[in-house]
Design a protein around this ligand. Structure first.
Ligand SMILES: [Zn+2]
Length: 465
């Protein structure tokens, strides 16, 4: 692999530094995975292993996806769940997901990660919480996929321990005992977690939601995370149904439950955060809790809209999450950023959120949610994660400002993508894996998993290889 990479003559380079600097005719020099030089005047550079032209490109920091369930790419647009709200959507899909195994998780992760990379995302998390009996190595299968495809990966060891027989939402067949969950969480941290700067893989711990784990597991997970200095993640305040469940079962609002379990601190980032009231927003801001805002998923399931502007004003880092992929049903990071921009303009007016701040959520603030200071901007000293979009694309034709075009025009595929100094996408094609056979396998696995529901939707499997 080349040690040094020069991207020269970049039409528009968006640094995402504190001053929102945008450079024209710029260059970016990466060595050993780190950005060593960035600027407009070609500085004297050492011998370069590889040079790429950025003459027609707008370059932005590789985007950071802060919430996802990659396995759900196998149940996208599932007919039986197409028009349901969260609890019914989950009840419909849990039995299909009970068919997961290591191979299907691996292939689903490859498909989802490919879609993310091609949309400009260089770092993703994943929240995997469903372990059918006999299949305990599903996170390992995802990690193997991330290594093959070359994405920076923050998998979370998710968990569900309260099945229907104990008053929870998921069927008993997909929940695990709490001691087993904690032991496997510890195994994964010891086996894979790399805290070093530039790390390509960090583990976090992620009980699924208040309606599928016990408060005891939340507390024990926080203690384990503290022992190993890894981060905490969960779904919170996503729907009114969840709020009602918490009030009925525990006599508390979701955020009070979280605080009681020792989670209200800057080591935690939460998915959704739709139903926080004003005082809760202030508490979250004071604590520095990160929020993974998932506008497409929230709109798709009709859940509501997170108070994103207030959360940011309160001091929370707010990142973006594509979520899903069965509740979006996309893993397109640039499309998610556009969705966030449009949603909050719809709610608060066109001046409420600008393009640069939206892109800041998709990059720097997302990185902060994952506890990263070394990614999210294109300043010297940061890791070499860069997304280039080709301004010659038909969708950008005629655009006056390249940065605005990225979010105001229809989302496109990235032309070049660099992760840790490695060219992962070139000319709009993945270079690390051969995608077609992966997608052929993915379609077959999805058809098998969706089974009866697939056929009820009127589709036949015969059109797939
Ligand atoms: Zn989720």
């Amino acid at each position: 692999m080349p040690r040094s990479l020069l991207i020269r003559d970049i039409h528009t380079l968006v640094l995402m530094d504190a001053e929102n600097t945008v450079l024209r005719d710029a260059h970016l020099y990466i060595e050993d995975g780190e950005i060593r030089q960035v600027g407009t005047r070609p500085a004297k550079l050492p011998r370069v292993d590889r040079t790429i032209s950025g003459r027609y490109a707008v370059a932005v920091p590789g985007m950071v996806n802060t919430h996802h369930h990659l396995y759900q790419t196998l149940t996208r647009a599932c007919p039986a769940a197409a028009d349901a709200e969260l609890f019914d959507w989950l009840r419909t899909l849990y039995p299909l997901w009970a068919r997961l195994d290591e191979e299907s998780v691996h292939v689903a992760a490859l498909a989802g990660m490919a879609e993310l990379l091609l949309s400009g995302c260089t770092t993703t998390t994943d929240h995997h919480y469903l372990f059918p009996r006999g299949h305990s190595r599903l996170i390992d299968a995802e990690i193997e996929a991330a290594r093959r495809i070359g994405i920076r990966f923050h998998p979370t060891r998710g968990s569900m321990s309260v099945g229907q027989s104990k008053g929870g939402l998921p069927p008993d067949s997909v929940v695990q005992g709490e001691s087993r969950i904690l032991a496997d969480s510890e195994r994964l941290i010891r086996q894979y977690h790399d805290p070093a700067p530039g790390s390509m893989l960090r583990i976090a711990l992620a009980p699924c939601s208040p309606f599928s784990v016990s408060p005891e597991l939340m507390r024990a997970t926080a203690a384990l995370a503290g022992r190993y200095d890894v981060r905490l993640h969960t779904h919170l305040a996503e729907t009114r149904d969840e709020e009602a469940y918490c009030l009925n079962r525990f006599g508390k609002r979701p955020l009070d439950l979280l605080e009681d379990a020792g989670w209200l601190n800057a080591n935690t980032w939460l998915a959704h955060g739709v139903y926080f009231n004003r005082s809760e927003v202030a508490r979250l801001g004071r604590a520095g809790v990160g929020i993974a805002h998932c506008p497409s998923s929230n709109m798709r399931l009709g859940s509501g809209s997170a108070p994103v502007l207030a959360l940011r004003r309160a001091g929370c880092p707010v990142g973006l999450g594509v979520d899903g992929s069965a509740s979006n049903d996309s893993s397109h990071m640039l499309a998610e950023a556009r969705q966030a921009l449009l949603l909050h303009r719809l709610l608060h007016g066109a001046a409420a959120l600008n393009v640069a701040d939206t892109l800041r959520m998709a990059t720097v603030e997302g990185a902060r949610c994952l506890g990263r200071e070394d990614i999210g901007s294109l300043e010297a000293g940061q890791r070499g994660d860069v997304a280039l979009f080709d301004l010659r694309d038909v969708g950008y034709s005629g655009a006056g400002d390249a940065l605005s075009a990225l979010l105001l025009c229809a989302p496109t595929r990235v032309s070049t993508l660099v992760v840790e100094g490695r060219v992962v996408v070139e000319d709009g094609e993945l270079k690390t894996i051969s995608l077609d056979p992966v997608l052929a396998r993915h379609r077959r696995l999805a058809a098998r998993m969706q089974g009866e529901n697939w056929r009820r939707g009127g589709d036949s499997n015969s059109r797939y290889p």
